[in-house]
Design a protein around this ligand. Sequence first.
Ligand code: GLY
Ligand code: MN
Ligand code: MN
Length: 465
Amino acid sequence: MDATPHFALYAERRARVAARLAPGGIAVVPTAPERPRNRDSDFLYRHDSYFYYLTGFTEPNAWLVITAEGHSTLFCQPKDMEREIWDGIRLGPQAAPATLGVDEAYAVDELDRRLPRLLENRSAVWFPFATHEGLEVRVEGWLRQVRARVRFGALCPQTQHDLCGVLDEMRLIKDAHELAVMRRASQISARAHIRAMQKSAAMLRAGQDVREYHLDAELLHEFRQHGSQYPAYGSIVAAGANACVLHYRADAAPIRDGELVLIDAGCELDGYASDITRTFPANGRFTGPQRALYDLVLASQDAAVTATRPGMRFVDPHDATVAVLAQGLLDLGLLDRNKVGNAQDVIASRAYFAFYMHRTGHWLGMDVHDCGSYVEPSELGTVNERRDPLSGETIRDRPSRILQAGMVLTIEPGLYVRPAEGVPSEFWNIGIRIEDDAVVTPDGCELITRDVPVKADEIEALMRG
Ligand code: GLY
Ligand code: MN
Ligand code: MN
């Protein structure tokens, strides 16, 4: 991950943050800590997304400070021959300004000594609230040191602000560089899904014992083969009934002829996530009931895609999905008209919830469930109270976010059928989700994950090959 080519990009983002700190504010942004896994082994390191957004820098133990005047200071690991032999090359503070475009840089050991001086005479301090354990305490410690100097004329910041609000809004609208990386990540993930589908059919045809982890291995192979650093989240490879467990992980269950496999997996590339789900017949041929449910989920996704365009609200693709699913569940006999009424009744009572219990999407970006408010900022004051028909809890609805070009969201309807009285048994234990990543464009949306087929016939054709 070389930050040099996008030098100006990060400087421009820092300048936009600086403009929001005026007058007289200062912002402090740490990267993520290294996290121990067991004994002396750490989890694979992943930088903090906010920090990376403003620096393009992926080393641990680093902090960024930005002033309202646009001055940026980086604190990073000092050069250290001994440590670099064990852990790898460090950029070091001396090279940081030329490489990253920050105005100055110091060794991170100087942070606690320099921060009180940097905070002195500032009106307000901004930092990400409730995202870094211990950060609030650390800032307070620095402020205490500033306060100790007020009798020497120092002014102490009077207010603290959450920097997440500023950064979340910036990150919600992706720029051309971000979209290019996300397209590439999506292409790699699409190839990985194709590889896993083909492997499943080929192994079954050869009479081999196929396990969920075999397909997980195919995903990882394709991710790494094309330069992805790691999966963007824990890959789900769920055989048969396991697909009805929403947060199932790739495990060791056998993948059997005649069952469906649900794979929800996407790579992370240069700090950006992709998020794809496909559900396919393990042997390459849908059965009648599988196909009927699959086509229903796909039709509901089509409706959601049509509702994903500027001016529509974030909730509209979900509502479009639910309308199609409600009607389909009645038509296929999974819901009994005599008990639940027509499609509008099913929507009002949320009777569909037994089979579709999650939302149709989320923002996507550096984090798979990316930051950004789901409430329209210009309508924050409008609140509608209602009682939830299932839990009886009071829900306060605020107007859903209006979609704009440059936002990226997933569109991921599903149906999950557990064995239950009154549900036709041919549908039992079928779990289907279809998930694509959509960039909102000026006149609609672009699905950037469609290099992997989604129509049932196309999936069957692919798996025959
Ligand atoms: N893979 C996480 C999600 O679909 O939300
Ligand atoms: Mn998703
Ligand atoms: Mn997903």
